[in-house]
Write a protein that binds this ligand. Structure first.
Ligand code: DX5
Ligand code: ZN
Length: 214
C-alpha cells in the first residue's frame, strides 16, 4: 500500500455496472473502496446498504471502507461487519455521547473504526475520541451528495487532528477531492483521500488516481 490511501467512492460509479466500475479502480491502483451509506434521515439522500456491501465483497479483495451517514449507527455495525466491511466510519453528529462505545464495538469485531465530522463540527469536539479511533474522516463538503465543491476551511481541521492523535492515526478527507485539493489536504497531514466524481468522471481512471498521490 502506498503512503497515501486512495479510496474511490462508488457513489459516482454506474450502479448498473458496479462490478465493472469497482474492477476499474482496483486495476488502476485504488487502495480501498469507499462505500457511502445514506439513510434519508441523517442526510437528505438514500443510497445503498448491507446487501450491496455483501455482493461487492465477493467481487473485490480490496478493503471496503464503509462510510455510514445514518442515524443510530450502532444498530448497523454488526450487519455491515458480517457483510464484509473492513473499515466502518460513523458520524459524531449522529452518535454524540455514544461515540466511544460505538468505536469500541466496531473494533471488537476486528475491523477498523472511524469517526467523521461534518463541516460545521469543530475538531475539538472529538478530542477525547482520538485515542480510541483508528481513523478520523474530515468531511470537506456537507455529506449527502457527490460532485460538490471542496470547502477549504474544513481542511484546516487536519493539523489539529494530526497533532492530537496517536502516530498511526489515519486522517481521511472526503468531498470535492481532486488533484489540487488532494495536495492541500496531504500537505496539511491527511493520509487517506476519498474521491468520487473526480475518479469516475475522468477519461483515464489510472491517471486520476495517480494524480491524487501527487
Ligand atoms: C458525500 C460522500 C462522498 C462522495 C464524494 O456525502 O460522503 O464520499 O461520494 O464525492 P465527490 O468526490 O464527488 O465529492
Ligand atoms: Zn463518503
Amino acid at each position: 500500500m502506498s503512503e497515501i490511501i486512495v479510496s474511490p467512492s462508488i457513489l459516482s460509479a454506474d450502479f448498473a455496472n458496479l462490478e465493472r466500475d469497482i474492477k476499474a479502480v482496483e486495476n488502476a491502483g485504488a487502495d480501498w473502496i469507499h462505500v457511502d451509506v445514506m439513510d434519508g434521515h441523517f442526510v437528505p439522500n438514500i443510497t445503498i446498504g448491507v446487501p450491496v456491501v455483501k455482493s461487492i465483497r465477493k467481487i473485490t479483495k480490496l478493503p471496503l471502507d464503509v462510510h455510514l451517514m445514518i442515524e443510530n449507527p450502532e444498530k448497523y455495525v454488526e450487519p455491515f461487519v458480517k457483510a464484509g466491511a473492513d473499515i466502518i466510519t460513523f458520524h459524531y453528529e449522529a452518535a454524540g455521547e455514544k461515540s466511544r462505545e460505538i468505536l469500541k464495538m466496531i473494533k471488537s469485531f476486528g475491523v477498523k473504526a472511524g469517526i467523521s465530522i461534518k463541516p460545521k463540527t469543530s475538531p475539538d469536539e472529538i478530542f477525547n475520541l482520538l485515542t480510541t479511533a483508528d481513523m478520523v474522516l474530515v468531511m470537506t463538503v456537507e455529506p449527502g451528495f457527490g460532485g460538490q465543491s471542496f470547502m477549504a476551511d474544513c481542511a484546516e481541521k487536519i493539523p489539529y487532528l494530526k497533532n492530537n492523535s496517536p502516530q498511526n492515526m489515519i486522517i481521511q478527507v472526503d468531498g470535492g477531492i481532486n488533484a489540487e485539493t488532494a495536495k492541500v489536504c496531504t500537505r496539511l497531514g491527511a493520509n487517506s483521500l476519498v474521491a468520487g466524481s473526480y475518479v469516475y468522471k475522468s477519461d483515464d481512471i489510472k491517471t486520476a488516481i495517480d494524480s491524487l498521490r501527487g
